[in-house]
Ligand binder design. Structure first.
Ligand code: NAD
Ligand code: SER
Length: 318
């Protein structure tokens, strides 16, 4: 169906944005999907549709772009992720909070109709039940990133209740994809390991071997995002982040699965500060609410993800 207005993605040059922009362009038409970021984008993104250099904290420029392209939907992906945020506390808080405020304010003032803002499993903390973590439970994060995501969820809910802003959110687990590099998270090891495996070099893991975390293959993350954004408003019963899940594994299990395809692959463990971050997160997620409310269902298994990652990255290497 044709669009008259545009969709703006902020933080479009990152791990999720690179893939989300291309899928949105495929579905809605290249010229209606405006990519924006502090840094430039991939050739594919630059050549297929509009791109604007934008610092989301530049409120005037954000407003100008929304008006210039007649934007009715914003996907706000710009953030500092968990590992980076532990190193740059104030910068992370500023970006993760004020970027969201500026977009929510534009929606409140009637410039945009719908907002997508991703949350994370980082809203949970060490006191949260670790396994099959429910949608509503103890949320006492002990990381800068987690605190910003929890606060962000509450602001989304507030703007929805008080001003009727149509803002939607998912608590992504760690995301794994071959098209773009991850940007400073604690789950990045689960992408980096594949690059080392196909290059035929050993992998040094910054998490210890038994650290089990929830993860998802990128096509499922993109599907969940678009499904939530397309769902009729009455089905979106939660205006905090929805739990979404696919599979969980430890570094040791991932290395074993990779070895089924690359028998000589080796891994060693040298945990650093990211171990503490990972130790505070769930090992698996209960996503019943997303399944019931708007029909979420993952397509990709752990085994399929490993095979597909290795196949695609091997094509690049050879
Ligand atoms: P990323 O770090 O790969 O990408 C973020 C992008 O934002 C980068 O391209 C960066 O240049 C851009 N950016 C940074 N500061 C900016 C600014 N001031 N103005 C405009 N752009 C700016 O992150 P990602 O993995 O693509 O994550 C996107 C969102 O999804 C984030 O909110 C993140 O917290 C959330 N999330 C990601 C994961 C994951 O595993 N990737 C998991 C849970 C939640
Ligand atoms: N994958 C993200 C991170 O590690 C979770 O939000 O920061």
């Amino acid at each position: 169906m044709g669009r008259k207005k545009s969709i703006l993605i902020i933080g479009a040059s990152g791990q999720i944005g690179t893939e989300l922009v291309m899928e949105l362009r495929r579905q809605y038409g290249n010229k209606y999907v405006v990519a924006s970021d502090l840094k430039t984008a991939s050739q594919e993104v630059l050549e297929s549709g509009p791109f604007e250099q934008l610092d989301v904290l530049d409120r005037d420029k954000l407003h100008e772009i929304v008006v210039k392209y007649n934007v009715d939907q914003v996907y706000l992906l710009a953030a500092l992720l968990s590992a980076m945020a532990e190193q740059k506390i104030m910068q992370a808080w500023n970006l993760n909070m004020y970027g969201l405020f500026y977009v929510l304010e534009l929606a409140k003032e009637g410039f945009i109709d719908k907002v997508y803002w991703p949350s994370s499993i980082a809203v949970f903390g060490p006191n949260t039940p670790k396994s099959d973590t429910p949608q509503t439970t103890i949320t006492e994060p002990v990381t800068v990133y987690g605190i910003s995501k929890l606060a962000g969820e509450q602001w989304c809910s507030y703007y929805h209740q008080k001003f009727g802003v149509d803002v939607r959110s998912l608590r992504y687990p760690g995301l794994i994809g071959y098209k773009s590099a991850p940007g400073g998270g604690t789950t990045d090891y689960a992408v980096d390991i594949f690059h080392k495996a196909v290059a035929g070099v050993p992998f040094e893991c910054y998490l210890e071997k038994h650290t089990r975390l929830p993860m998802m293959y990128m096509p499922d993350a993109i599907k969940a995002t678009l499904q939530l954004m397309e769902a009729p408003a009455e089905q979106v019963k939660l205006r905090v982040g929805y739990n979404v899940a696919a599979f969980s594994f430890t570094p040791e299990e991932l290395a074993m699965e990779i070895r089924k395809h690359i028998p000589g692959f080796t891994i060693n463990y040298n945990p650093d500060f990211r171990q503490r971050v990972a130790d505070g997160w769930p090992s698996s997620i209960d996503d019943t609410c997303a399944r019931k409310d708007w029909g979420w269902k993952n397509d990709y298994s752990f085994e399929y993800m490993v095979q597909d990652m290795l196949e695609h990255l091997s094509e690049v290497v050879t």
